[in-house]
Design a protein around this ligand. Structure first.
Ligand code: DX5
Ligand code: ZN
Length: 218
C-alpha cells in the first residue's frame, strides 16, 4: 500500500494569514482548494485569484475542487491559476468524459466528484479517463460537518473496479475526515484524504497532518 496522501483544505484556514497557514502544512502532500459558487452549493468561497495566490506561496500539488455550475466554462482559469488536478462534479456537467479529456489535453490531472446522493455505478465504465475520484462524505458546501460512513460503500465499489481493471485512478475522500474517521476510510480503500477542521482546528497543524497520515497507514 502506498503512503497515504494528506490534503489539508485551506477553507478552514485563517485567511488573515493565508501564507503562514499554507506553509504550516508543508509536510502535507497536496493542498486542497475548495471553490464554491453559491449556486451549485449554498455557500461562496473564493475563485481563481486566491488559487493563484496559494500557488505562489507553495510548490505543493494544488488539488482544486470545483463545487460550481458549468465547470467547463471555468476550468481553464483554474489551470492558469496553477491547479495540478482539477476536480469537477458530475452533477454539474453534461459530458464528464469530454471535460476530463480537455483537462488532460491541457496537461493537468482530471478528477470528478459526486455528492453523497449520487451513485457511482454509472461512472465505473469511464474511470480510465480520470486520474482521481473524489468521494464526498458530507454534503458539499461547508467545512466542519459530520462524516457519513455510508459513503464508504462507494469507496469499496471504486477500489474493486480500479484494481480489477489495473487502473491507477486515485480515490480521495472529502468531508468529516479526522483522527476518529480516517482509519475506516483507509480500510475501505482510499488513497488520499482531505481534512479541513481536523488540521486547521489544531494548534499544531503539521503534527495533525503527520497524525492523520499515521492513522491512515493500513
Ligand atoms: C466541503 C469541502 C471540504 C471541506 C472539508 O464542501 O469540499 O473540502 O473543506 O472540511 P472538513 O474536513 O472540516 O469536513
Ligand atoms: Zn473539497
Amino acid at each position: 500500500m502506498a503512503t497515504p496522501i494528506i490534503a489539508p483544505s485551506i477553507l478552514a484556514a485563517d485567511f488573515s494569514q493565508l501564507g503562514e497557514e499554507v506553509r504550516a502544512v508543508d509536510n502535507a502532500d497536496w493542498i486542497h482548494v475548495d471553490i464554491m459558487d453559491g449556486h451549485f452549493v449554498p455557500n461562496l468561497s473564493f475563485g481563481p485569484d486566491i488559487t493563484m495566490t496559494v500557488n505562489n506561496i507553495t510548490d505543493q500539488h494544488l488539488d482544486v475542487h470545483l463545487m460550481i455550475e458549468n465547470p467547463e466554462e471555468w476550468v481553464d482559469k483554474y489551470i492558469e491559476a496553477g491547479a495540478d488536478c482539477v476536480i469537477f462534479h458530475v452533477e454539474a456537467t453534461p459530458d464528464h468524459v469530454a471535460l476530463a479529456k480537455h483537462l488532460r489535453s491541457k496537461g493537468v490531472k482530471a478528477g470528478f466528484s459526486l455528492k453523497p446522493g449520487t451513485p457511482i455505478e454509472p461512472y465505473l465504465a469511464d474511470l480510465r479517463f480520470f486520474d482521481l475520484v473524489l468521494v464526498m462524505s458530507v454534503e458539499p458546501g461547508f467545512g466542519g460537518q459530520s462524516f457519513m460512513p455510508d459513503q464508504l460503500d462507494k469507496v469499496r465499489t471504486l477500489r474493486e473496479a480500479i484494481d480489477n481493471n489495473n487502473l491507477t485512478t486515485l480515490i480521495e475522500i472529502d468531508g468529516g475526515i479526522s483522527e476518529h474517521t480516517i482509519a475506516q476510510a483507509a480500510e475501505a480503500g482510499c488513497d488520499a484524504y482531505v481534512a479541513g477542521s481536523a488540521i486547521y482546528g489544531k494548534d499544531d497543524r503539521a503534527a495533525a497532518v503527520d497524525n492523520l497520515r499515521r492513522l491512515a497507514t493500513v
